[in-house]
Design a protein around this ligand. Sequence first.
Ligand SMILES: [Zn+2]
Length: 264
Amino acid sequence: MAELRRLGRNINGYFGERIDIETVVGDCAEAAQEHGWASEHIEAAPGLRLLALKRAPRESEASPRRVYISAGIHGDEPASPLAARRLLREDRWPPDVALWLCPCLNPTGFAANRRENAVGADLNREYRKPQAMEIIAHIAWLDRQPRFDLCLCLHEDWEAQGFYLYELNPDEAPSAAPAILERVSEVCPIDSSEIIEGRAARGGLIRPSIDPRSRPEWPEAFFLLTHKTALSYTLEAPSDFPLETRVAALCAGVRAALDFRHGQ
Ligand SMILES: [Zn+2]
């Protein structure tokens, strides 16, 4: 890997590349259709729809691993929906995996290039007492889906010195985090800070020991952990690095997580 450094452009906020979210989500729907995914538009409000995609495993798989991937919940994190698009276009998935993928949960935020949605709500704090129409609709959709073996939430952080991730793994299942970090390190620096976002980190991994019930505001990952899964990773690409590096980092992290199996 060529030496990569922070650009030094994103101070006190994200000032990097923007994306046309309608085009990116349209590309996702197109790629999904081309590769045989089922696609659904979740109606959040008049004129506000969220794309939800599902891919069945190969028919020969008796007990597929169910994996949920979400992207684009913060409107100033463009690498997240771009990674979803790249993964859909590349269409390389382990054969035993069934997938649920939401490429963009905050379309109005991307239109304004800001973290929150069009009316100023941080959607990733709404999963305990949802008020935003996007999250009410998203939770209703999640409630109709089965439990997942693994959940991956794709994010970016303009303060980060490199890639890092959160692991929520209360049952202490074998951790995919080392494999994810190793794979991502081939394309993007890892944030080795000992404190990231106010939490203890080691080698780019944060394992918060938090009971979601003790927190009034839930990110999506807390909802997933409480209702849908026993294992979740939130991947954070460093948005003060080139966009291509961040997209590559998120894609590498997803691939490593999907390739990881217990006992390997
Ligand atoms: Zn985020």
